[in-house]
Design a protein around this ligand. Structure first.
Ligand code: GLN
Length: 513
């Protein structure tokens, strides 16, 4: 079946696969197996996965098939395969967070996200690659080597959730889970031509999500279509008593919004502070075209100033390291994973120091030192305290903007995917990637990235939509209209114009044929 895009199961959307499984046209096992085969064929080149759980996935798929043949009514995503970012604990399956310090750790429990996926009958294929402890914008900070962008294997797939986004673009999975602390769902979505949504803070559970910065972290859906992202959002979202910051509020009607594309009368604000110098012209051209398409579909467009957004990036890079330095103190060689230098004579402190020295990579160490410094007596007010004041100003910008408009829009990233290696030695250039995404993490509102075409370099461009807290459904309204209009223009999804990956065991001639 491979090569025939009409019938290849790996080319179907999650919604289509769920229908095929529910009607018995294909079994969940066939669907799982076709994706496992695809992973075997292309993942040597892409390296989206850190661990593939073949037996677990097939067993879960079989359980869905048994339920169906027993006459059980299946949920809207039952039997659909998914790629899980390695930051989420999954019982019995190695979870590394992209770090050597967690090598060999097998969680004894499921994160709430995983528990809800299992309850929905979603088949988890494995764990995806990521920047170590979700610190990064390119997946190059993974202790296990980078992931490659399926659009161009020499380029970054974004980060920190590059593995999840690449698995979608490479047709290894129709659904994935990411986490977004400063953009790690939206930025990889942007550079791989896929959909990524950061729900409102508190909209998805943080229980079992290995913490980077607890006031910013949020798990969310990644997919190739807007409807698929909405179905996944609905499956994982909602109140969790195990997470004290979880919002006790029903999940907004994201699926209804995705199924009924309509922006008539919707007030869209183009953020004037998220454009200009440093933004690639080809990115801005696609973003402006997307705004014009939405206006033609009935949206009311205006420009909105958010003058404090320019301070969001420096504030984030004080708040995040501060929280991270505290959260990462738990990796002490005693409780999880790696232990170095425990020869029977070394003290607990020496073992701890040796383990953290060899278990953490350079970016993690940099942020632990930055955070420890920013929090230290004498510097706390000047750094952490000031950053928190800026955070309040960013929130105030959003509040004022959402009095005038229903959603805000901008590019998701200033540029398209850069080359692997290009920014590894320049942390500030790497951090600049998150210019557009960070404000929504600081403020906790909902935000998404949707594909909006290709830049002049032939690489995908992401369109960011930001909505007020708990109005996540508006993201999907806008995304679904954009998807419909762009499909009409392109004659299909933008991702279909990505180059074919050369699969293992096939010659280039066979692939071309
Ligand atoms: N790139 C940002 C960082 O390095 C975002 C990370 C994230 O969202 N997990 O902190």
């Amino acid at each position: 079946m491979s090569g025939d895009h009409g019938t290849d199961l790996t080319r179907q959307s999650a919604a289509e696969l769920a229908d095929l499984i529910a009607t018995g046209e294909v079994s969940a096992r066939e669907v799982a197996q076709s994706h496992l085969d695809r992973i075997s064929a292309v993942d040597d080149a892409v390296h989206a996965f850190l661990h593939v759980d073949t037996d677990g996935a097939l067993a879960d798929a079989d359980a869905v098939d048994v339920a169906r043949s027993g006459g059980e009514r299946l949920g809207p995503l039952a039997g659909v395969p998914l790629a899980l970012k390695d930051v989420l604990a999954m019982r019995g399956v190695p979870t590394t967070c992209g770090s050597r310090i967690l090598q060999g750790w097998v969680p004894p429990y499921d994160s709430t996200t995983v528990a809800r996926l299992r309850a929905a009958g979603v088949v988890i294929l494995g764990k995806t690659n990521m920047d170590e402890f979700a610190m990064g914008s390119s997946t190059e900070n993974s202790a296990y080597g980078p992931t490659h962008n399926p659009w161009d294997l020499d380029r970054i797939p974004g980060g920190s959730g590059g593995g999840s986004a690449a698995s979608l673009a490479a047709y290894e999975a129709p659904l994935a889970i990411g986490t977004d602390t400063g953009g790690s769902i939206r930025q990889p979505a942007s550079v791989t031509g896929t959909v990524g949504v950061k729900p409102t803070y508190g909209g998805t559970s943080r229980y079992g999500l290995i913490a980077l910065a607890s006031s910013l972290d949020q798990a969310g859906p990644c997919a190739r279509t807007v409807l698929d992202a909405a179905l996944l959002h609905a499956a994982i979202g909602g109140h969790d008593p195990r997470d004290s910051t979880s919002a006790d509020h029903p999940v907004p009607d994201v699926v209804g919004a995705a199924r009924n594309p309509d922006v008539a009368g919707l007030r869209i604000g183009v953020v004037s502070d998220l454009r200009g110098e440093g933004y690639q012209p080809g990115v801005m051209a696609r973003v402006d075209e997307a705004v014009a398409l939405l206006a033609a579909a009935g949206a009311e467009v205006s420009e909105v100033a958010c003058p404090h957004f320019r301070y969001a990036l420096p504030a984030y890079y004080l708040i995040l390291p501060s929280e991270a330095s505290s959260n990462l103190a738990r990796f002490d060689a005693m409780r999880f994973g790696l232990r170095v230098g425990d020869d029977g004579t070394a003290s607990a402190e020496e073992v701890m120091a040796a383990t953290r020295e060899s278990g953490f990579g350079p970016e993690v160490k940099r942020r632990i030192m930055l955070g420890t410094y920013a929090l230290s007596a004498g510097y706390f007010d000047a750094y952490y305290g000031s950053a928190q004041k800026v955070r309040t100003l960013v929130i105030a910008d959003f509040t004022a903007a959402f009095e005038k408009v229903d959603v805000l829009v901008s590019p998701s990233t200033p540029t398209t995917a850069f080359r692997l290696g290009e920014r590894v030695d320049d942390p500030l250039a790497m951090y600049a990637n998150d210019l557009c995404t960070i404000p929504s993490n600081l403020a906790g509102n909902a935000a998404a990235s949707f594909p909006c075409g290709l830049s002049d370099d032939g690489l995908p461009v992401g369109f960011q939509v930001m909505a007020p807290p708990l109005a996540d459904d508006r993201l999907y309204r806008v995304g679904a209209v954009l998807e419909r209009e762009l499909r009409a223009r392109w004659g299909g999804p933008i991702l279909a114009s990505a180059p074919e990956l050369v699969t293992r065991g096939s010659t280039p001639a066979e692939v071309a044929g």
